[in-house]
Design a protein around this ligand. Structure first.
Ligand SMILES: Cc1cc2nc3c(=O)[nH]c(=O)nc-3n(C[C@H](O)[C@H](O)[C@H](O)COP(=O)(O)OP(=O)(O)OC[C@H]3O[C@@H](n4cnc5c(N)ncnc54)[C@H](O)[C@@H]3O)c2cc1C
Length: 462
């Protein structure tokens, strides 16, 4: 069977790309292939029985609607957040396409207005403190769907695509591409141990962070041009809501960027979840920290990532393996759980213990952790940067650098492969488009959707 467009990965980029294709050309034959299950079947046993049973394909990470399905779904309405594809396309096209995505959100039932549009005196004070302390505040309007809200939205959107004739194939893992005369012609996938082939002259690959390694493999196997990108590595911080009250109530999320004094490395806050929950992303042999927040279910803690962006120089060319090695070392120390340490213990140079954590005001919102010593798994340069950043954030949010700050290690954003794409998202292999997180240009829902749409617009024009 030959399709007009095949999407590899049914995440944010794939779903919004397919929507664009079917709206603009209702006769198009569109196929979405994903390693995970349909959204309605993405059920984590832990929700019922309380512990992770290590499913062969984790439903939290893999499956239709991608990482967005279980994400807090803060949708940033500005090109400056969520990736840097604007460095190729220009800013205006990204911002205009973001508005097109917002229209789809509205069509499928999300009606709330964005926060962060108008400054009040508290926001002005926060911005002033950022300026005084050398921190850049990236204040963009943000819509917040919540983990539950985003699931409702995607359920409707996927049903709409099914009704319009888009085909979905689940539990199929991308293996390799079919290529003729330096043009893509199809894809080979593995389904329950057997090989299957699907054909199209246009393939849009949006495999997300979970498929970033696979994307790199495809590039190496098929000589598709790419370069090593940066990795983001750090901790997920958790702190009582009352410390973050001003920021949470006025910005919902305030993205802050800081360059460390000692190493000049870029540090940033990312994905802040007021009254949220810590999430554990399980991979085969390591585990990563993350966080999310529901619209209806609340904790009394805020969690946010404190990340260091590191780009390596030649001859080193294995940033993915480097970050993975750190994650594996941490998992080795904890027996496969997240490592948590209170900031007080980290500063004192001693491991945290359950007994010492129990003396704090804060109660962790996950049980997927072992109290330990982050310094045993985290390289000194990263740890120095994280601690310096925490002290600077304390000047903007008094109380941040307290004993009640819990640090979950490691949080890593794999953006290691930066695929060479043109302004239409087409790679050096004719007909193959790279979009979303696995392209190396995306790290958020907004840019993934934009890239999926821009790729499809180019394909339709051909
Ligand atoms: C817990 C969490 C919270 C987040 N919160 C936010 C937020 O609030 N705001 C925000 O903007 N972003 C957030 N993000 C990031 C956001 O979800 C991603 O940037 C976005 O989903 C990227 O879209 P994508 O289409 O590139 O990839 P994804 O949505 O990850 O989709 C990739 C798809 O590819 C599939 N896949 C992977 N490997 C293979 C393979 N080998 N074969 C076949 N299929 C494969 C996966 O199953 C998945 O469905 C969060 C992420 C997480 C994990």
């Amino acid at each position: 069977m030959k399709y007009n467009i095949i999407f590899l990965g049914g995440g944010q980029a794939g779903i919004f790309g397919a929507y664009e294709a079917i709206e603009k050309n209702p006769d198009a034959k569109v196929l979405i292939i994903d390693k995970g299950k349909m959204l309605t079947q993405r059920i984590c046993p832990k929700e019922k029985i309380g512990t992770c049973v290590n499913c062969p394909t984790c439903s939290i990470i893999y499956g239709m609607s991608g990482a967005g399905a279980f994400s807090d779904s803060k949708f940033n309405m500005d090109y400056r957040v969520g990736g840097d594809v604007h460095t190729i396309t220009g800013k205006e096209i990204v911002n205009n396409t973001i508005l097109d995505v917002v229209k789809v959100y509205r069509k499928f039932g999300f009606t709330e207005e964005p926060t962060g549009l108008k400054y009040n005196s508290v926001m002005e004070e926060i911005k002033k403190d950022c300026i005084v302390n050398g921190v850049q505040l990236v204040d963009t309007p943000t819509m917040h769907l919540g983990t539950d809200g985003s699931r409702k939205l995607y359920t409707k959107l996927i049903q709409y695509l099914l009704d319009k004739g888009v085909e979905f194939l689940t539990e199929r893992e991308v293996d390799k591409l079919i290529i003729e005369n330096n043009s893509v012609k199809g894809v080979v996938v593995t389904h329950k141990g057997a090989e299957e082939k699907y054909y199209s002259d246009y393939i849009v690959a949006g495999l997300g962070r979970s498929g970033a390694k696979k994307m790199e493999e495809l590039c190496k196997t098929h000589n598709i041009n790419f370069e090593n990108g940066a990795i983001d590595i750090g901790v997920r911080a958790e702190i009582p809501d009352i410390i973050m009250k001003d920021i949470n109530e006025n910005f919902y999320e305030a993205k802050m960027i800081y360059y460390s004094r000692n190493y000049r490395d870029k540090m940033r806050t990312f994905c802040s979840n007021p009254s949220g929950f810590i999430a554990a992303e399980k991979y085969n042999d390591f585990i990563l920290a993350n966080g999310h927040a529901y619209k209806d279910r609340k904790s009394t803690n805020t969690n946010l990532a404190l990340l260091c962006t590191k780009k390596f120089t030649k001859p080193f060319n294995q940033p993915f393996e480097y970050a993975t090695a750190i994650a594996k070392m941490s998992a080795m120390l904890t027996g496969g759980k997240l490592m948590v340490q209170s900031y007080a213990d980290l500063k004192e140079g001693r491991r945290s213990t359950d007994e010492r954590l129990a003396r704090l005001n804060i109660v962790p919102t996950t049980e997927d952790y072992v109290a330990g010593d982050i310094a045993l798994a985290c390289p000194q340069r990263l740890l120095d940067n994280i601690m310096e950043f925490i002290e600077v954030l304390d000047k903007i949010t008094p109380g941040f650098a307290s004993a009640d700050l819990l640090l979950y290690f490691p949080e890593i954003k794999f953006r290691s492969t930066r695929i060479e794409i043109d302004k239409n998202m087409e790679t050096s292999l004719k007909g193959l488009y790279a979009v979303g997180d696995s392209s190396g240009y995306g790290s958020g829902l907004n840019i993934a959707a934009v890239m999926g749409i821009l790729a499809v617009r180019d394909i339709l024009s051909k």
